[in-house]
Design a protein around this ligand. Structure first.
Ligand code: MN
Length: 192
């Protein structure tokens, strides 16, 4: 934990190219922690026989999760595929469902895959230098479709909370896969 005073102003030290911070807490997600989220679990298990790649990591500054504050940090999602499906984050709903979030792409390229509890979906391209808005009530997962790390800055209401379980049960309705060397949005066969 850091010793920031959350009731006064301070500067942060993110390296805007790499997303790394000297003071933030880091959380790492390796393939072994999320292999069942890929459609081709057998392909994930094949990779895990020889290595357990780091899929993504995120840095947060330990802001108190209270109303009126903002949580913020960076996510670094590494390039790679599992059975043709691009590396992705777990993704989540916010516990307080009606809480939006802003992501700004610092480097790399990809997609933000979103869906609400009714099953309406949105797949929005992430491009360096562009912000995207994740609306209230939408689960969100980022996907790296490029060849270098996808680095994103995010911020949202500090008391929103994370609900990973609901979307984890059956996965998202849409998948981003490599087709003829390019990203394609397809229906997740698990939902048919
Ligand atoms: Mn979120």
């Amino acid at each position: 934990m850091n010793n920031f005073n959350w009731d006064s102003s301070f500067a942060v030290d993110f390296d805007l190219t790499t997303g790394f911070s000297k003071t933030a807490e880091t959380t790492k997600r390796h393939l072994s922690q999320m292999k069942d989220m890929y459609y081709d679990v057998a392909a994930a298990e094949e990779i895990l026989k020889t290595e357990d790649p780091l899929v993504y990591e995120f840095y947060e500054l330990g802001c108190p999760e209270r109303a009126g504050d903002l949580l913020f940090g960076t996510t670094i999602l590494y390039p790679g595929t599992v059975g043709g499906e691009y590396f992705m984050t777990k993704g989540h709903f916010h516990t307080q469902l009606a809480t939006a979030e802003v992501y700004y792409t610092l480097d790399g390229e990809g997609y933000m895959v979103m869906e609400n509890p009714e099953g309406d979906t949105m797949e929005v391209e992430l491009k360096k230098g562009e912000a995207i808005y994740v609306p209230r009530r939408y689960a969100h997962r980022s996907v790296n479709t490029g060849t270098k790390p996808l680095v994103m800055y995010f911020t949202f209401a500090a008391d929103a909370g994370h609900d990973y379980g609901t979307i984890e049960t059956k996965g998202y309705h849409k998948m981003i896969v490599e087709k003829d060397g390019k990203p394609a949005v397809i229906d997740n066969p698990k939902w048919k």
